[in-house]
Ligand binder design. Structure first.
Ligand SMILES: CC(=O)SCCNC(=O)CCNC(=O)[C@H](O)C(C)(C)COP(=O)(O)OP(=O)(O)OC[C@H]1O[C@@H](n2cnc3c(N)ncnc32)[C@H](O)[C@@H]1OP(=O)(O)O
Ligand SMILES: O=C([O-])CC(=O)C(=O)O
Length: 392
């Protein structure tokens, strides 16, 4: 096949779909879900209402949201066989790997691939939104040999998750702030994990496989996994005085500063601005965190050194400080991102099904042609470690 067009590494700027789910203006720092500014949603909405908006394309009526919330509340439990499977996971395994495996395992129970049946679509949406938080909380407890806490039907989505995680009812401010965090992380156009979900969806596989593949993609440190890395970096910096020498060291080594930079935003990510305010609200109520000063100084230092390149905090920079104040362990930061992003992945899954064509891009072949097959005993023995040879 002859390739016509320009190769763009990382598909930068290449439109991969037509979508009406969300919109980002990376120069002005604007994010909208279905045309509504994320700042307004964060103030006035709730995570489940935002999930409904993203997936079903409109704000729900009272009756619609009541029924959606009711369905999700009553699908929160996970089957004992999934819990038993999770008990066998190594306790040192990363919770994102546990989540990816458990999300895929849902397909063993519910996959019928009835993708042309609206009832199947609706049930899959409810099951995934309802059960993913239960699985994240269950692994947190079971890896320590404890039993998973059962969901509480009298608590709303976010309060119930924090209850299952920490084994006690959360302070109302903690539940509210957490719910806003979920709204902020719910959707972000064609980011890597959403693209992964869309590619998987385009093969017409089941939605549990779609979510499992997206979870695997979100886990990487260049994407959702950066929120955890930010905390390690702040701990490593250790003091405000060490921020600038530490940054100089990173820049000398040409290392990436975690939680900074974005393919689309060339200004501060609007979600980072809201998350920073949420962190401050929590500190006022529950006490300060010394890492906050380090983070603020790092933001200033990065702006001095890299502001001219458009490198500013992204969504992953301040979220960890919020989660830390909510008593959440660092390795659960990315699974929490996944809990929220399930809404966006499902919205894109549904949109993809409505106009599906399998994703199958092309490549520019850079290898040779017509090479002879060399019998094994005639092949040259490479010098050095064969694993370090090109291509391995
Ligand atoms: C939810 C999310 O996924 S948000 C992103 C989370 N990821 C991170 O925080 C990891 C750190 N950031 C990064 O690695 C990148 O900024 C990404 C992956 C987010 C975006 O990558 P890309 O759009 O491919 O940008 P790319 O890596 O080409 O960087 C462009 C330039 O900015 C620099 N740059 C980008 N991000 C950073 C960073 N965090 N620290 C230092 N330099 C950076 C690059 O070195 C490059 O400089 P150069 O042109 O002089 O070579
Ligand atoms: O859009 C991106 O590339 C990454 C991001 O911020 C997100 O997924 O929230």
């Amino acid at each position: 096949m002859t390739f016509v067009g320009e190769y763009k590494p990382g598909l930068e700027g290449v439109p991969a779909t037509l979508s009406s789910i969300s919109y980002v203006d990376g120069q002005k720092g604007i994010l909208e879900y279905r045309g509504i500014r994320v700042e307004e949603l964060a103030q006035k909405s709730s995570f489940l209402e935002v999930a409904y908006l993203l997936i079903w394309g409109k704000l729900p009526t009272q009756e619609e949201i009541d029924s959606f919330e009711h369905d999700i509340r009553y699908h929160r439990r996970i089957k004992y066989r999934i819990r038993d499977m999770m008990k066998c996971f190594p306790e040192t395994g990363h919770p994102m790997d546990a989540l990816q495996t458990s999300a895929a395992a849902l397909g063993l129970f519910y996959s019928r691939r009835a993708l042309d049946n609206p009832q199947y679509i609706g049930e899959a949406v409810v099951r995934l939104l309802a059960k993913i938080p239960t699985m994240v909380a269950a692994f947190k407890l079971m890896r320590k040999g404890n039993d998973a806490v059962q969901p509480r039907d009298d608590l709303d989505y976010s309060a119930n998750f924090l209850y299952m995680l920490n084994e006690r009812e959360p302070h109302p401010l903690a539940a509210k702030v957490f719910d806003v965090c979920l709204m902020l992380h719910a959707e972000h156009t064609i980011n890597a994990s959403t693209f992964s979900a869309m590619v998987t969806a385009s093969t017409l596989t089941d939605p549990y496989a779609v979510v499992a593949s997206a979870v695997g993609t979100l886990a990487g440190p260049l994407h959702g996994g950066a929120n955890e890395e930010v905390l390690f970096m702040l701990e490593d910096i250790g003091s405000v005085e060490n921020v600038r020498p530490y940054l100089d060291g990173l820049l000398e080594r040409k290392a990436k500063i975690m939680g900074f930079g974005h393919r689309v935003y060339k200004v501060k990510d609007p979600r980072a601005t809201i998350l920073q305010k949420l962190a401050e609200e929590l500190f006022e109520q529950f006490g300060h965190d010394k890492y906050y000063e380090i983070a603020v100084e790092l933001e200033a230092a990065v702006q001095d050194k890299l502001g001219h390149k458009g490198i500013y905090p992204n969504v992953d920079f301040y979220s960890g400080l919020v989660y830390r104040k909510l008593g959440i362990p660092t390795d659960l930061f990315t699974p929490i991102f996944a809990i929220a992003r399930v809404a966006g992945w499902l919205a894109h899954w549904k949109e993809q099904l409505g106009k599906n064509r399998i994703y199958r891009p092309t490549q520019i072949y850079t290898g040779s042609h017509g090479e002879p097959y060399i019998p094994i005993d005639e092949r040259a023995v490479p010098l050095g470690d064969p694993l370090e040879q090109e291509g391995n």
